[in-house]
Design a protein around this ligand. Structure first.
Ligand code: NI
Length: 172
């Protein structure tokens, strides 16, 4: 296993839709293992393959709140899509490993139903609410080439973009 570098805004790959995975081959299994290590190291609760530079429709998440046995709630979702949404909610203080230094409130669906396959290619359907619903919407956004800053006020978004540009300039 290996720790992978997390790609951050404004890397162009983060704007690109991810490709459907046709075969869960060894390279995908290896990527899952490396992404798992990277997720827990970060630490984060969700990670899309595009965030580690792979334009593949796959995401990992772990929203288990069992602090005594961390790493036990890992789930892998391949080729996920939202098939149903219900209600509206404000996701408070949402953040993203690819958007360091920013947290913001994001309008989200309250509940979503998601279909995809797991790491063995078995069909999965998840009816999610609460934190899981938010994480799934956030990660599926990544697979569609969308960062959460696209869903916040333009004022906040532009402030963040200027801050990043300035920091990049200072780094030379
Ligand atoms: Ni993210």
């Amino acid at each position: 296993m290996a720790l992978l570098d997390i790609v951050t805004y404004p890397a162009p790959i983060l704007d690109k839709p991810s490709e459907i995975i046709e075969n869960i081959d060894d390279s995908i299994i290896c990527l899952i293992q490396d992404m798992t290590e990277t997720l827990y190291d970060a630490p984060g609760i969700g990670l899309a393959a595009v965030q580690v530079g792979h334009n593949k429709a796959m995401l990992l998440y772990d929203v288990a709140e069992d602090e005594d046995s961390p790493g036990t709630g890992l789930k892998v979702l391949i080729n996920p899509r939202i098939v149903h949404t219900e209600g509206k909610v404000c996701s408070e203080n949402e953040g993203c490993l690819s958007v360091p230094g920013l947290r913001a409130d994001v309008p989200r669906h309250a509940c979503v139903s998601v279909e995809g396959v797991d790491h063995e290619g078995k069909p999965v359907k998840i009816d999610a609410e609460g934190l899981l619903s938010i994480v799934l919407q956030h990660e599926i956004d990544h697979l569609e080439g969308r960062l959460f800053i696209e869903r916040i006020s333009s004022l906040k978004r532009n402030m963040y973009k200027r801050r990043v540009q300035k920091a990049l300039k200072e780094e030379g």
